[in-house]
Design a binder for this molecule. Structure first.
Ligand SMILES: *Cc1c(COP(=O)(O)O)cnc(C)c1O
Length: 312
């Protein structure tokens, strides 16, 4: 494996692998959560981005450019700031979560909202990447995939061996390819189950709101080779898994990150029974705080009686 960058690192990787006791019981397997939201900018994207930006700088890039539903932008912007190059971010207008926009602005990236979908933004990004000095740092950049493989080595070490099943979300498919490649390199072949939204272009899980996955062909080849299974999830299934992760495990991830667990919940129970499974939780819950329903506020007088009355 390529060693992860040095001078540009913000401390990506080494994320916790946590045993999900209650979800394990309901799934009938031994489930562990790989908490990628604990990366420096709050998503797994940092693993690949540090490599991609370092190599772009080495190649003399003036700017890195990406199309993003939010997390790629937040990550690219942070590493570009640290490297002292410009980051240009093309996002679908009005379709990214507020905290992700804040991350991008805080570190000084140039944000251009495109009247169109993520797919339109990616097309423009690729066109811009043809111009001198611009390097595309979406997952179509192979350095991203290279860096993202590190999650596999880490979880093998943390688990002390290979899991039987690994589950993750399928948006553009870059991470699916990286994880499959990582396991192939490590010489182990767990079942890889990926969850995509049935309503790809409109799903509530904004990080996987991608109509045309950039890696669709590669994922199709992995499926044909029997290495990857794709589960197509309803909005209710996504939301249900996201709520159970939070309410039964205290694992507050962003909506898209629950797609792996939702995919596991779709697996035939007997195929999971007694198996060791790892779900990759791709991003932090605070990335999309608005996804959490706002209950009516409870305001009381500053007396114990008033508090007890609410609790009774
Ligand atoms: C990017 C992202 C995904 C989708 O990953 P792909 O490589 O596009 O399939 C899923 N979850 C989160 C939180 C992401 O940021």
């Amino acid at each position: 494996m390529t060693s992860v960058a040095s001078w540009l690192s913000l401390g990506e990787g080494s994320t916790p692998l946590v045993h999900a006791r209650r979800l394990s019981e309901s799934l009938g397997c031994e489930l562990h959560l790989k908490c990628e939201g604990l990366n420096p900018t709050g998503s797994f994207k940092d693993r690949g981005m540090v490599v991609a930006v370092e190599r772009a700088v080495q190649a003399g890039a003036r700017a890195v450019v990406c199309a993003s539903t939010g997390n790629t932008a937040a990550s690219a912007a942070a590493y570009a700031a640290r490297a002292g190059v410009e980051a240009v971010v093309l996002t679908p207008a009005g379709a990214t979560a507020g905290p992700k926009r804040a991350q991008v602005r805080a570190v000084g990236a140039r944000v251009i909202e495109v009247r169109g979908s993520f797919d339109d933004a990616l097309r423009l990004c690729r066109e811009l990447g043809e111009r001198d000095g611009y390097v595309v740092v979406n997952s179509v950049n192979p350095d991203r995939i290279e860096g993202q493989k590190s999650v596999v080595y880490e979880l093998l070490e943390q688990l002390g061996g290979a899991p039987d099943v690994v589950a993750l979300p399928f948006g553009g498919g870059g991470n699916t390819c990286a994880v499959a490649a990582g396991f192939a390199e490590a010489g182990v072949a767990p079942r890889i189950v990926v969850g995509q939204a049935a309503e790809r272009t409109t799903t509530w899980a904004s990080a996987i709101r991608i109509g045309e996955p950039a890696h669709a062909n590669e994922v199709a080849e992995l499926v044909a080779a029997g290495r990857v299974e794709v589960a197509t999830l309803s909005e209710d299934q996504l939301r249900g898994a996201w709520e159970r992760l939070a309410k039964e495990e205290g694992a507050f991830c962003e909506p898209a990150s629950a797609a792996g667990v939702a995919a596991l919940e779709r697996c035939v129970e007997s195929t999971l029974s007694g198996r060791i499974a790892v779900a990759i939780l791709t991003g932090h819950g605070l990335k999309d705080a608005e996804a959490v329903a706002q209950p009516a506020e409870v305001v009381v007088d500053a007396t114990l009686d008033a508090v007890l009355e609410v609790l009774s």
